[in-house]
Design a protein around this ligand. Structure first.
Ligand code: CTP
Length: 402
């Protein structure tokens, strides 16, 4: 709660049925000690009354450029400068479009364009509008500009259709804003490389050797690092997981060889690297140029050759002060294998987890890890969410060479 106290927050409300939930959001901000100014678009007033919002926010709601009966002028510039955060909830397709193109025909958009503080957008709309290329493209432009888009949820929509488009609950929006204010930017100025996901090693144009890695742990690491101010390059194997934050440079690769090349091109400028990818140890010696056919004897055997060890390559070219962290997912003798890898790859730290532990490994949202430092220090952690594990890993990595 502490992080919100004393902050100036503009809540921009657009005309959508989710506007009724924004009343609870305003209440949450006020209860947490924020000074809240609500701006409503003209159509938002059709969904919820300004009286509700002004009572909850303890300030008269602004909907027009000036108050008709007194002629009082509302300065969007002053509001923009005042706001530490500008939260648009619900954000309709129309307002998102206006924010992107600068159609400043109401107080909400003019104030947004004058805001120097952090901007959050919580979209809410029908599922077809949400998935429409126009909306998706606009959302991606906002993200590129540093706006945090709080993704809508899947569920039953006002149209009775079921799909993605329900505004995130007020508690979720509150948490996103609170997280922004509470994060210590202790990695400001640090450049980090993180590898993530599996690698695919081609057998022929339609087949590969891969593994079950989903990339969740690596994405959590990237999110944690970037939120703490680091500049992150995520070298990602083929996977569906994506980090939540914008501003992470993602380099997509497929094979271990490609992953190595991408890592080597950035490593020398990095302060630290975390190797969270599940790299295939071997690849087929040859990739068939055409699909291998069953009738022509098919695949009887595949000759494999060793892939480069990316972590070890970085470890053995490490400069003084560069930090290198590896992961080891083991099925047995975790500690012993982890320590051997730490030495062999010249790592500063290794994060060991076991496939035998329930709640650790591929696909799950939790992990149970032990961190081993190169000086022998060892810390065992209980089961935590992958995001919490990411925090522990980064805390330990940067602390270990302080
Ligand atoms: N790693 C890597 N390149 C490889 C293999 C592994 O960068 N070719 C990294 C992983 O990202 C991880 C660490 O090395 O951070 C340990 O990976 P793991 O697969 O457990 O180690 P291996 O050396 O491949 O050992 P083994 O498969 O025999 O357990």
């Amino acid at each position: 709660m502490g992080a919100i106290k004393g902050k100036n927050i503009v809540v921009g409300v657009c005309g959508g049925i989710a506007a009724y939930k924004t009343a609870s959001l305003v209440r949450l901000f006020v209860k947490a000690g924020a000074d809240v100014q609500v701006i409503m678009t003209p159509s938002a007033k059709e969904f919820i009354t300004p009286l509700t919002m002004s009572t909850l926010s303890r300030h008269a709601v602004i909907t027009e450029f000036f108050t008709a009966n007194t002629g009082e002028w509302h300065s969007h510039v002053d509001l923009g400068l005042w706001a530490d955060a500008f939260v648009v909830a619900p954000a309709t397709a129309c307002t998102i479009g206006k924010m992107v193109t600068g159609v400043a025909d109401n107080m909400l958009v003019t104030s947004y364009m004058s805001t120097r503080g952090k901007v959050f957008v919580a979209p809410a709309m029908d599922l077809d509008m949400m998935s429409h290329p126009a909306t998706q493209q606009n959302i991606s432009v906002l993200k590129d500009r540093g706006v945090t888009v709080i993704e809508p949820r899947e569920g039953e929509l006002a149209s009775a259709l079921i799909g993605k488009g329900r505004m995130e609950e007020p508690e979720g929006i509150f948490e996103a804003v609170e997280r922004f204010f509470s994060i210590d930017k202790d990695l400001d100025g640090k450049k980090m490389l993180i590898t993530v996901g599996p690698t695919y090693e081609k057998i022929d144009p339609v087949r590969f050797i891969g593994n079950y890695s989903t990339g969740k742990m690596g994405c959590c690491l990237a999110d944690e690092a970037v939120e703490r101010g680091a500049e992150v390059t995520l070298v990602a194997g083929p996977m569906t997981a994506l980090p939540k934050n914008d501003g992470i440079k993602i380099v997509k690769v497929e094979s271990a060889i490609e992953m190595l090349a991408a890592c080597e091109s950035v490593w020398k400028d990095c302060d630290a690297a975390i190797m969270a990818a599940a790299v295939a140890d071997y690849r087929p010696e040859n990739c068939a140029l055409e699909k291998i056919k069953r009738e022509e004897n098919g695949i009887q055997e595949i000759k494999l050759v060793k892939n480069p060890d990316i972590a070890a390559t970085l470890g053995h070219t490490k400069n003084k002060g560069q930090l290198l962290c590896g992961f080891a997912l083991e099925t047995n003798n975790e500690r012993e294998h982890g320590t051997m890898k730490l030495k062999r790859k010249n790592l500063d730290m290794i994060v060991v987890n076991s496939l035998q532990d329930e709640g650790a490994g591929f696909g799950v949202d939790t992990n149970i890890v032990t961190i081993i430092h190169s000086d022998g220090r060892e810390i065992k952690y209980p089961k935590k969410s992958k995001r919490e594990v990411a925090k522990d890993v980064i805390d330990e990595l940067f602390e270990c060479k302080k």
